[in-house]
Design a protein around this ligand. Sequence first.
Ligand code: A2R
Length: 312
Amino acid sequence: MRALIIGAAGFVGSYLTEHLQKESGWSVSATKLPQEDCSLLGAELYDLDILDKDSVKALMDKLMPDCVFHLAAQSSVALSWKRPQLTVDVNIKGCVNVLEAVRQAGAKTRVLLIGSSEEYGAVREAENPVSEERILHPVNIYAAAKACQNMLGTIYAGAYGMDILMVRAFNHIGPGQAPAFAAADFCRQTAKIERGMQEPVIRTGNLSVKRDFTDVRDIVCAYAALMQRGIAGETYNVGSGRAIAIRELLEEIIGLSNAAIRIETDPDKFRPADVPVVEADIRKLERDTGWVKRYELKDTLKDMLEYWRGKV
Ligand code: A2R
């Protein structure tokens, strides 16, 4: 199997590259932005900006891959408020450039479009676990763009009979994740406190909200399983199927450290639109692929803390 990963220099890309090579035995080509510095061992690496439709087409014509994992995105909710045009360009127009390149190449390429649980938006507590059928109520620009990507994928699959699957990924965490995400930030702060680089206090926003966290290594395993056994035209939730409170996550991290760390909640960090609980219904993923997660949350957090101990 010859796979192409578009947007491989990000958090998920390196894990997916390694998984496909080592566990699936596939040959992997991967793309990064020209300005990105990244080495993916064993992968053939290409520079590609997905906004340049001619380059996307030229690469697809050259490689004619069996499958494409489309990870490239403006993936930050916060940045989507500051750079709405960029977010819409990359996440919608960029996706169309990929779909058109695959369509025009005329090969039987299978495409996995990576969306987000953000697409569900304002989920009421009683609506959990959230199934793929739930009506989307995106509440930020990133979410709206990803919801649009999902619709485009569904339309291309139906109208042209293309082999396209869509994913809605719930929160994923692991070593190497940027500290803009809560779990990585907590691990980084804990490592800094252990080194005496920060007073022994972690200040946080709303700790009572519950989210569905999965190890990135389990996430990429689900993507590979979907590529092999998922049904064309369908959308799949990818998550652990169990939401936990951010407080529990933080206490788990602090419990992994010998340092005496205090938690202080800062009302200024509370987000007005925080949805109380978001938990994935993963029965469709399990039924169609047989996927089971391998990493317990505690082990993921241990690995993340170790990563930050080596980094700060
Ligand atoms: O924004 P950067 O400089 O970090 O680059 C990101 C890259 N990217 C692009 N690639 C090609 N053409 C573009 N116009 C373009 N704009 C951005 O896509 C980054 O290297 C990669 C996406 O990786 P991350 O932002 O680290 O996302 P992650 O966590 O790997 O998630 C993969 C997918 C994304 O579609 C998320 O929205 C979704 O899973 O949750």
